[in-house]
Design a protein. Structure first.
Length: 637
């Protein structure tokens, strides 16, 4: 009876083994690698039902198709329809990358390319490499990379007027592989093709180009394939012969040209005292304003670093209290339909989001509430309340202090106002150093910064000493006439024993002017120095932390990284990364030699600070192994 009961026990079926075999091609029409083909409808049949994943992103036809091809999964087939007229004596490739997977378990087929030729032979050469963003060496995903043959039709502006002859697209690692190429000489380009025309037609498109000519070649080579017994033990290693195509290590630096199309993006007036203009691109000059119902001399311009955002402070309070709407002529540089910057004059009207009447009513409301509260307190009090000014009867200039608290020995203090500063009276400012229990006056400088809202406090700081800086009320006055309140800041200068030093020696040709930069874990620059003639850059008073090194060759000597220019054949300034993090410790001095040209550019930027991560590799899920492990666990129970 026990035996029968055991035999009759109820269990849930596990559904059997899972399919872990990738799909296979069983037939193609026309035949794969066929020649003399002029059929624009193709079909690839598989041994099981399949699907295409991210086809728009991964599948690419070469030569590029102006009318996009129709490529779709249909049961056990992939059907392809080309709408462009087929070119004579040309090899066509449809590169599916890893987009083909089976329908049930998603087992990837692997990288697959279908090809045919309209001529008498198939072209088999390949060119591979990577595209990196020129400014920070980030891999660029989804960028078109193409070739132009150096035949009689080639010219220096070909990227602007003729589509690529062969094309590929970069993956998450910035890698690309262009297939089906005729043996010969080519120029390589990359394009962020926003409008799908396969030519450089917009300034907002990133581009890259190699100035050197590349020549295709190949040779027989071998690679080692490991045969794994399981996930931790390998069975054997076999030697696999294959055709190695060259060049396979091109690096193209993608950049956005300067001089982007300039247009007035928007205009706003958040309150009666402020007018803001936003432009689509930087400019060398500020726009001009001619007031219609006000005098433009009352405007104080507060421009961003590249003049693409401009804040005007309206200092004529009689006008802002009297009129809501500003009327003026605005003259600014604008890009016309031919791509040329020309002066443009427009009549403008703008009203504040919050009118002065509304602001005044809000102030009166708060004063009324304050009066009511004061009357209630007076009723509860047995003695008369002391005199007290009502709120909001005086506007004060807000000033923030950065940094505060403890300062590094080479640091200075910045005082940043909410509005441009009109007047500063340094006789009403005082710097003291603490000596025992006394505060002793110290000399200082209080100087304006490039930003018209900011001043910096300079002094000869002594380590481990405590300082106090005080600003009397009304010592600083903003352009709107608002005085500051009294300010007092205490801060201590930290000891050099809390910091480390890094001495970098960049080994590059003597003629190169190099800017060396320290980057944090977010790939943000925290310190920058021009290297000396011997390539040395010394960084002192570094907080203990993990740093990364970047440098660029300052070809034009302006101290800033400069982009490229396609028409002039000008490449962006070269950027290099040191491939490892540098750990700075307190009291440590670190010497680091760095020869950027000895390290492949594609391998320079450390993975820890690379934001563009590689695409996730597709693989069989090994669900049968998990199934067996689960069954074994159930048996042990």
């Amino acid at each position: 009876m026990l035996l029968l009961a055991a035999c009759a026990s109820i269990g849930s079926p596990d559904g059997g083994i899972f399919d872990e075999i990738p799909p296979k091609v069983v037939a193609t029409y026309p035949a794969e690698r066929s020649t003399g083909n002029n059929v624009r409808k193709m079909q690839i049949r598989f041994n099981e039902y399949i699907k295409l994943e991210n086809a728009n992103e991964k599948v690419i036809v070469s030569p590029p198709q102006i009318e996009p091809a129709n490529i779709r999964a249909d049961g056990k087939s992939v059907k392809i329809t080309l709408y462009d007229t087929l070119q004579a004596n040309t090899t066509y490739t449809i590169d599916f990358s890893d987009a083909i997977v089976d329908n049930n378990e998603g087992n990837p087929m692997g990288y697959y390319t279908y090809s045919f030729s309209t001529g008498e032979e198939i072209d088999t050469m390949e060119v591979a490499g990577a595209v990196l963003n020129a400014a920070d060496m980030e891999p660029v995903k989804g960028m078109l990379v193409g070739l132009y043959s150096l035949d009689s039709l080639y010219n220096d502006s070909i990227l602007r007027n003729k589509p690529f002859s062969r094309v590929s697209r970069t993956n998450g690692s910035g890698r690309f592989c262009i297939k089906g190429i005729k043996p010969g000489k080519y120029r390589a380009f990359a394009l962020e093709d926003k409008d799908g025309d396969f030519i450089f037609s917009q300034k907002s498109e990133r581009i890259a180009f190699l100035q050197d000519t590349i020549t295709t070649s190949c040779k027989w080579d071998v690679r080692m394939d490991t045969i794994w017994r399981d996930s931790t033990h390998f069975d054997s290693i076999r030697v696999v012969p294959y055709v190695h195509y060259f060049p396979d290590n091109l690096v193209l630096n993608a950049f956005l040209e300067s001089g982007q199309d300039q247009h007035l993006l928007k205009m706003e007036r958040p309150d009666p005292d402020v007018l803001k203009l936003f432009f689509t691109a930087p400019a060398d000059t500020l726009p001009t304003i001619k007031g219609i119902n006000f005098d433009e001399k009352c405007l104080v311009a507060d421009a961003s670093l590249h003049n693409d955002t401009i804040t005007y402070w309206i200092t004529d309070t009689a006008f802002t209290h009297r009129e809501d709407t500003m009327r003026f002529e605005l003259t600014f540089l604008e890009t016309d339909t031919l791509g040329v910057l020309r002066p443009s004059t427009e009549l403008k009207e703008v009203a504040p989001k919050v009118t002065w009447d509304k602001i005044l009513k809000e102030k009166q409301k708060k004063v009324h509430e304050w009066q009511k509260q004061r009357e209630k307190r007076q009723k509860r009090s047995k003695e008369p309340l002391p005199p007290e000014d009502p709120p909001y009867d005086q506007s004060f200039l807000e000033i923030s202090v950065k940094p505060s608290g403890n300062l590094e020995p080479n640091q200075n203090v910045h005082y940043i106002a909410k509005q441009p500063i009109a007047r500063v009276d340094t006789t009403r400012m005082h710097l003291y150093i603490k000596q025992d229990s006394f505060w002793i006056p110290e000399p200082f400088l209080f100087l304006p910064d490039r930003d018209i809202k900011s001043y910096t406090l300079y002094a000869e700081w002594e380590q481990k000493r405590q300082y106090r800086f005080s600003i009397d009320s009304a010592a600083v006055v903003g352009v709107m006439g608002d005085p500051c309140k009294a300010i007092k800041n205490d801060f201590t200068i930290r000891s050099e024993d809390e910091f480390g030093s890094l001495f970098v020696h960049v080994i590059l040709p003597d003629t190169a002017q190099v800017i060396v930069q320290l980057m944090n874990k977010s790939d943000k620059c925290v310190a920058s120095l021009p290297a000396q003639k011997n390539g040395r850059a010394d960084f002192f008073f570094l907080k203990p932390a993990e740093y990364y090194l970047r440098c660029f060759v300052d070809t034009d000597g302006n101290g800033e990284w400069s982009t490229g220019e396609y028409n002039q054949g000008l490449q962006p300034e070269q950027v290099f990364y040191f491939p490892k993090p540098i750990h700075v410790k307190a009291k440590w001095d670190i010497e680091q030699d760095w020869a950027p040209l000895e390290i492949s550019r594609r391998l320079q930027k450390p993975a820890e600070i690379t934001k563009q991560k590689p695409d996730k590799q597709k693989s069989v899920k090994e669900r049968n192994k998990e199934r067996e492990q689960k069954k074994q666990q159930e048996k042990r129970k």
